[in-house]
Design a protein around this ligand. Structure first.
Ligand code: OGA
Ligand code: MN
Length: 276
């Protein structure tokens, strides 16, 4: 396996491995350490079936079944993101995946199935690089704060409740996933590095601050993490497979390809409860 670093802050292209085949223990731990070092790994030409995709992801932990997104007909752990004119994309804002549960995902594996002729790139940002770039005064201001994350903010009824069935599913998802609190600054459980853990899609407020101050700090942090110096941008080819460390990164999917269609498959690997 070889890794080519793509930017100083984040991202490496990895070659010399076939992810359609079962991983041996050295390959598994090799990928895990590259992931912790580079935060996002890009593998090219990996035409995994949904079952192979699920089995690959299961090497790294228990898998999450999403309460709102549709899944593959046979493999419920594989989310199908099929966007186009009838289902416009809505991942064009910076976020981490599934922060609304007690132990949010450690990582996600996203496979490109069908791509528009151009556009539909994805960016990732390092929340560790973003935290490191804060001055000491700001770091101590946010050090012990706690934020609330809410599925309902990212999955509004206007987009996800268009039919009675969808509305019922969304209501059940909200009931099962009430707003939850996590530290604003979390420690990566493997590297011990610290990073910013609030995002524009799901984070509603900072508990310890008055509403105005909470909105100001959230506004600052969510725009700060998006500074280009902390990011990498990927132009997809069919069957690219991307593995991101979801603990201290965020991502943004360009919604610039309508009226064309774009289909992606995602596996979501559960992680640990965030701590300071
Ligand atoms: C996701 C997501 C990005 C993309 O799968 O969580 O935000 O590029 N998708 O489709
Ligand atoms: Mn996402």
């Amino acid at each position: 396996m070889q890794a080519e670093q793509l930017t100083p802050a984040i991202g490496a292209k990895v070659s010399g491995i076939d992810l359609c085949e079962p991983l041996n223990p050295e390959q598994r731990s090799g990928i895990e350490s590259l992931l912790v070092e580079h935060h996002v790994l890009f593998f090219e030409n990996q035409p995994v079936t949904p079952r192979q995709h699920r089995d690959l992801a299961a090497n790294f932990g228990k898998l999450h079944v999403h309460p709102v997104y549709p899944h593959d007909a046979e493999v419920e752990e594989i989310i199908v993101l099929d966007t186009g004119v009838d289902n416009p994309p809505d991942n064009d804002s910076w976020h981490t995946d599934v922060p609304f549960i007690e132990s949010p995902p450690m990582g996600c594996l996203l496979s490109a199935r069908l791509l528009p002729p151009s556009g539909g790139d994805t960016m990732w940002t390092s929340c560790i690089a973003a935290y490191d770039a804060l001055d000491d005064e700001y770091k101590s201001l946010i050090e012990n704060l706690t934020a609330e994350h809410d599925l309902a903010k990212a999955f509004p009824e206007s987009h996800y409740g268009k039919t009675p069935e969808a509305r019922a599913q969304l209501a059940a998802a909200r009931k099962k996933n009430p707003p939850i609190r996590h530290p604003v600054v979390r420690t990566h459980p493997v590297s011990g590095k610290r990073g910013i853990y609030v995002n524009a899609n799901f984070t509603t407020r900072i508990i310890e601050l008055e509403p105005d101050k909470s909105a100001e700090v959230l506004g600052f942090l969510t725009s700060h993490v998006a500074r280009p110096e902390f990011t990498v941008r990927w132009k997809w080819k069919q069957y690219d497979l991307v593995f991101w460390d979801n603990r201290l990164t965020q991502h943004y999917a360009f919604a610039d390809y309508l009226p064309h269609r774009r289909v992606m498959h995602r596996a979501t690997i559960l992680g640990d409860k965030p701590y300071r």
